[in-house]
Design a protein around this ligand. Structure first.
Ligand code: ATP
Ligand code: MG
Length: 362
């Protein structure tokens, strides 16, 4: 029987609306080529246009409307001219992440041939790793407060929260991922020399979980030197796991070392599949280039490949589809056409069509 995956398409705002059709074009070409069905549902909320009409980003029954969906394929939200960014973000994307317990934020980082690297002397193959960020707790809490506010004695306290459950599950996910890759190397971001309570504890959990994966090399590195090595020695990395704050920083720094933001994909995962996972480009809605059909659709397309891989649990047709899409992206980055951010003149649509054609012929 042909497997069917139910996908909610949420284009959002700005270039989200331009890269979505190209992502879908490629994902559908892959489904046709590799033998599975996509049951796609277009969602017109979770956008600032919807907000303009309804005063909120999503309908009250948004969760019911997504019942039975396996994955959310998401463009970008944000149109600061009409809705402040924190309102659009907290009213949509961050709600999905939280309510669907998408505790893994996954960002592959890779340097491709044909893409100028901001790091001198780096070649394709030198940068090829995955950042796994804890997405639900850690440093990002609203616990704390201000004392003696407005006086010379003013004191601010902001708590971090690390639960054993929340920490172990992200470390275990990262160990599993490292174990499934050729190099079997895991870097654990820490700062146990400065953050004297939570980080030594985090290190201890990494040691404990790591013991279940004897084939994986676990390398704990302080976040300061680790950041420097992203720039100076990127070949050291395979899988990198980090708390919410450190992961946030690393998952922007990594893609920045590989050229344009127009390439960087991400996945927000609930690995147990109790809730739908969400796949989106790292970039935002880019109001400055919206409406010209010049946005690079590759980040959206690569996110679609991650989605297919996840839906099929990294096996069979989904893995083959993922690899074919990556191969097509690689070929187009090498041989063209190229969008403006890559120094070319091709349109969003032309790039999407070129990649879809290669996938169909894979
Ligand atoms: P966020 O909404 O995530 O906070 P942002 O609004 O700060 O992000 P983006 O919307 O990602 O930023 O845009 C940052 C810059 O990168 C802009 O100049 C934008 O034109 C450019 N950019 C973003 N995405 C793409 C893309 N897919 N192709 C080409 N250029 C892009
Ligand atoms: Mg933005």
């Amino acid at each position: 029987m042909t497997p069917t995956f139910r996908i909610a398409l949420i284009a959002g705002d700005g270039i989200g609306k331009e890269v979505m059709p190209e992502g879908l074009r490629v994902v559908q070409a892959a489904a046709e080529r590799f033998g599975f069905e996509l049951d796609c549902r277009t969602i017109d909320w979770a956008s600032c246009d919807y907000h303009a009409q309804h005063g909120q980003m999503m309908p009250d029954d948004w969760k019911e409307q997504l019942q039975g969906v396996d994955a959310l394929y998401f463009g970008a939200v944000g149109w600061p001219a009409t809705v402040p960014d924190h309102v659009s973000l907290w009213g949509s994307l961050l709600k999905f992440r939280r309510e669907f317990d998408q505790y893994i934020n996954l960002r592959p980082v890779r340097l491709f041939e044909g893409v100028p690297c901001p790091l001198a002397g780096r070649r394709p193959g030198d940068i090829d790793y995955v950042v796994v960020r804890e997405n639900t707790e850690g440093e990002y809490t609203s616990l704390g407060g201000v004392m003696y506010e407005g006086t010379e004695r003013e004191i601010v306290i902001q708590e971090s929260v690390f639960s054993r459950h929340g920490t172990d599950r992200v470390l275990r996910y990262a160990c599993e991922l490292a174990n499934s890759r050729a190099r079997k190397h895991l870097t654990v971001a820490t700062k146990s020399n400065g953050i004297a309570i939570s980080m030594p504890w985090w290190d201890g959990r990494a040691d404990a979980i790591g013991r279940d994966y004897p084939e994986v090399t676990v390398d704990k590195q302080h976040i300061d030197i680790l950041s420097a090595r992203f720039v100076l020695q990127p070949t050291r990395f395979d899988v990198v796991v980090a708390s919410n704050l450190f992961g946030d920083i690393l998952s922007d720094l990594g893609p920045a070392t590989t050229g344009t933001i127009g390439l960087a994909p991400s996945a927000n995962l609930n690995p147990e599949r109790r809730f739908p996972s969400l796949f989106e480009p790292v970039h935002g809605s880019a109001p400055d280039i919206y409406g010209q059909n010049i946005a690079n659709p590759i980040a959206m397309i690569w996110s679609g490949a991650l989605m297919l891989d996840f839906l099929t649990q990294g096996q069979g047709a989904g893995r083959a589809a993922h690899d074919a899409i990556l191969g097509a992206i690689e070929a187009v980055l090498r041989d063209g056409p190229r969008t403006r951010d890559l120094g070319g003149t091709a349109s969003t649509t032309e790039l999407g069509m070129a990649i879809a054609e290669r996938v169909a012929a894979a």
